[in-house]
Design a protein. Structure first.
Length: 67
């Protein structure tokens, strides 16, 4: 491999390394966004299920008292 080919190969490796760093940074950002969406979903789901489970518990107490 001559000097020009070696320089070209080194440049290509550097470009690939930079691109890989960029892709990894984008994946980290996407991961953060996904985690935030999941947190919001779980918070909303818990909030929507909480009254339903309280109502179910209240109904069970009423049935127990009636028996």
């Amino acid at each position: 491999m001559d000097l020009a080919e070696n320089a070209q190969a080194t440049q290509l490796l550097n470009e690939l390394d930079q691109r890989q760093d960029q892709v990894l940074a984008e994946l980290d950002e996407l991961n953060s966004r996904i985690e935030k969406v999941l947190e919001l979903y779980l918070e909303n789901r818990r909030a929507s299920l909480a009254p339903a489970s309280a109502t179910t518990d209240d109904a069970a107490v009423v049935r127990t008292k009636a028996a």
